[in-house]
Write a protein that binds this ligand. Structure first.
Ligand code: GYE
Length: 358
């Protein structure tokens, strides 16, 4: 494939940073000025196929990856937004192959359907790094590495919290009536979060009244929840598979004249959510979301380090999981037991919210 293997790359922050910040890039085609020293910096070219811009989480993720995979860091990024469509992602990858990029970063919309195009990238000798959701391919060597969150663990945290919460409030398991507003069907985040809830409901005896997808989108979730409230007035817990869905759900509940809150014994509807974005956590402070389990979108630095490691031929992990917390609206549950260890639930304060990066 491309001649990049023969080139000597400068990954040094100093040279790349100096060159980028002082506009000395001959590769930019800028007019050369007399008396100025020009460096010909060889960037690593990365094609990034992003799912879309469906949620606050996604926007934060895009921004962080763009900041980390920058010219300042020796990387020339080609960004493509697939608007939640796998077809568009496949086209983008084929274009990256034609452009002879050095690396492909793929945030796949769903898990299935990647074998053919990843094989094409592989045959072209372009390493693929998968981020956020996973790919379900027959041959795992079709991608170099994956970086993202443990969605089943996130769900386990949420469900263990609900179990403790219900016990402390003396609510019987059989009186817990849940609706699940799911994410995009077939996405790893949806699979992990839905199946975690299903197994907890089986284990503890909760009722799941309905599970309906809303594509992680606020307006869709509002529509779905409006409908579900009519069908299932007995609902007292809504498990939203991301923050934007929680925002839409809150609107639907309030417009229907019902109350969101943490006390289901008084007829309030309790909301559990995932992501812990600024918008989501603001609702936790208002006690409109009872628990928000973090899903950390700040993956850019890890991806950049991974590219550097792969590039230098050193050993690298196949799977990297990012660190995550859980934030509650009140003090009822301060910790849970997760896989034999104590896991702290953080009581959200204004100070914590102010310090958050996204
Ligand atoms: O929770 C949601 C986004 O795949 C982790 O996708 C991601 C999910 C995230 O749209 O907000």
């Amino acid at each position: 494939m491309s001649n990049y293997k023969n080139k000597i790359r400068s990954f040094g922050m100093l040279l790349a940073g100096l060159a980028a910040s002082m506009f000395f890039l001959t590769s930019c085609g800028k007019e050369e000025k007399p008396g100025v020293v020009y460096y010909d910096v060889d960037y690593i070219t990365v094609g990034f196929s992003q799912v879309g811009a469906e949620s606050d989480w996604r926007v934060a993720n895009t921004e962080d990856i763009k900041n980390s995979l920058s010219r300042y860091n020796g990387i020339d990024l080609i960004f493509d937004d697939a608007q939640q469509k796998q077809d568009k992602q496949i086209l983008a990858i084929r274009k990256f192959i034609q452009q002879e990029v050095n690396y492909i970063v793929l945030a796949p919309v769903t898990e299935k359907g990647w074998d053919t195009v990843l094989k094409e990238a592989n045959e072209a000798g372009i390493p693929v790094i998968v981020v956020d959701r996973k790919v379900d391919v027959k041959d795992d060597s079709l991608f170099k590495a994956w970086v993202g969150s443990d969605f089943s663990r996130e769900s386990e945290i949420a469900c263990l919290w609900l179990k403790e919460y219900a016990d402390k409030k003396r609510v019987q398991a059989g009186d817990i009536n849940i609706v699940d507003i799911q994410g995009t069907l077939g996405a790893t985040a949806q699979i992990g979060r839905t199946s975690g809830l299903e197994s907890a409901a089986r284990k503890y005896g909760w009722n799941i009244l309905a599970s309906v997808p809303a594509d992680y989108a606020q307006s869709k979730a509002e529509e779905v929840m409006t409908d579900l409230l009519r069908k299932y007035p007995e609902v007292n817990v809504v498990y939203c598979e991301n923050d934007n869905e929680a925002l839409g759900t809150i609107d639907a509940i309030e417009k229907a004249g019902r109350k969101v809150g943490t006390d289901i014994t008084k007829g309030e509807i309790l909301i559990i959510s995932f992501d812990a974005t600024h918008a989501g956590l603001s609702r936790v402070l208002e006690k409109k979301i009872a628990l928000d389990v973090e899903c950390n979108p700040l993956q850019g630095e890890t991806i950049r380090d991974l590219i550097k490691t792969v590039d230098s031929g050193e050993e690298f992990p196949k799977y990297t999981y990012v660190e995550e917390k859980a934030f509650s609206a009140d003090e009822t549950v301060s910790s849970i037991e997760l896989s034999g260890d104590k896991y702290e639930i953080t009581l959200l304060t204004e100070e914590i919210l102010e310090e958050r990066q996204y």
